[in-house]
Design a protein around this ligand. Structure first.
Ligand code: SAM
Length: 285
């Protein structure tokens, strides 16, 4: 990767100026569809200065040049990591998991195999919660009808999701009985950590995927979870993304978004079911 403008003589990276912030804003919009609002300068500066320093650079211009020159895409993924949050937890927004248990999975269980996609899965708590909920609702053997794809743009988050290792304290969000059923406890150096049992980890497929890029290779889905991801995008980007999700949904398929998000003010062809829950009209309607 190109490392222009190396730090010399211990010089500290310069703070972010207004024109640097505009450059980052326009790159974030162009590449990730990310809307970086004014007022975030200090946060962005703090997060990126560290990365600029680690790379041995001393200004943002050199850093952005390095990001564009890195053909592996790794630096780009690190940039989005610095600009967004990976915050997530097990059974986050429990209303969605109740709906999954009570209505969505029983309906889907009547048919053959079906696809669920966790788009923007972060460190994996969301797709594992979907899997555990499906096993509880359908039983282990029938839950195998569900194919579960978990994607994220962040390589770091995706690696954590694939490893399935969490601090034991994260499991307090789970119902009694789930921790022992779905996790192994670490011992020795790993004490205080838990790991999703291999037989459950192997039920998920993971893929690094930037939602701004083509995803027509994703199989048609019965349910798409895209929660707390679109919050970062501007309205036109959200609108295009929802249209592209709609194309990837089966007729009657569900789109679940974060409860602090909404499709207000964007054109779409989905039916509103309840807050943060939308459904593609069934065929012929
Ligand atoms: C706050 S987390 C949400 C995780 C989970 N869906 C939840 O609701 O708990 C947002 C995730 O979206 C991912 N993300 C942001 N922009 C993205 C993009 N353009 N393509 C794919 N993933 C993206 C981030 O890497 C991050 O892991």
């Amino acid at each position: 990767m190109a490392h222009g403008n190396p730090v010399s003589g211990g010089r500290e990276p310069a703070a972010l100026g207004p024109s640097d912030f505009r450059k980052i804003q326009s790159m974030a919009r162009e590449v990730f569809g990310l809307e970086l609002k004014c007022g975030k300068e200090a946060l962005v500066s703090a997060r990126l200065s560290r990365r600029v320093r680690d790379l041995g650079l001393y200004d943002i211009a050199g850093y952005l040049h390095a990001v564009r020159a890195d053909r592996t895409g790794i630096e780009l993924a690190r940039l989005i990591d610095a600009l967004t949050t990976n915050f997530t937890c097990f059974l986050r927004e429990p209303q969605h998991f109740e709906l999954l248990h009570r209505q969505i999975l029983p309906e889907l269980a009547e048919g053959g195999s079906f696809q669920v996609w966790s788009a923007g899965c972060s460190t994996g708590e969301e797709p594992y919660s979907i899997l555990f909920q499906a096993i509880e609702a359908m039983g282990e053997s029938r839950s195998r009808a569900m194919k579960l794809l978990a994607t994220d743009i962040s390589t770091r988050a995706l690696e954590a999701a694939q490893a399935g290792v969490y601090s034991e304290s994260r499991l307090k969000e789970l119902p009694v009985g789930w921790p022992a059923k779905y996790f192994q406890r670490g011992t020795g150096q790993s004490s205080g950590l838990v790991r999703v049992r291999p037989e459950w980890r192997s039920r998920l497929s993971f893929e690094r995927l930037n939602l701004m890029q083509d995803f027509r290779h994703v199989p048609l889905c019965s349910v798409i979870f895209c929660r707390n991801v679109m919050i970062y995008f501007d309205k036109p980007t959200q609108e295009r993304l929802v249209q592209r999700f709609t194309e990837r949904l089966e007729p009657g398929g569900w789109l679940l978004i974060g409860h602090s998000e909404g499709l207000m003010g964007i054109r779409h062809e989905l039916n509103y079911v309840k807050p943060a829950v939308y459904r593609k009209p069934a065929a012929g309607r």
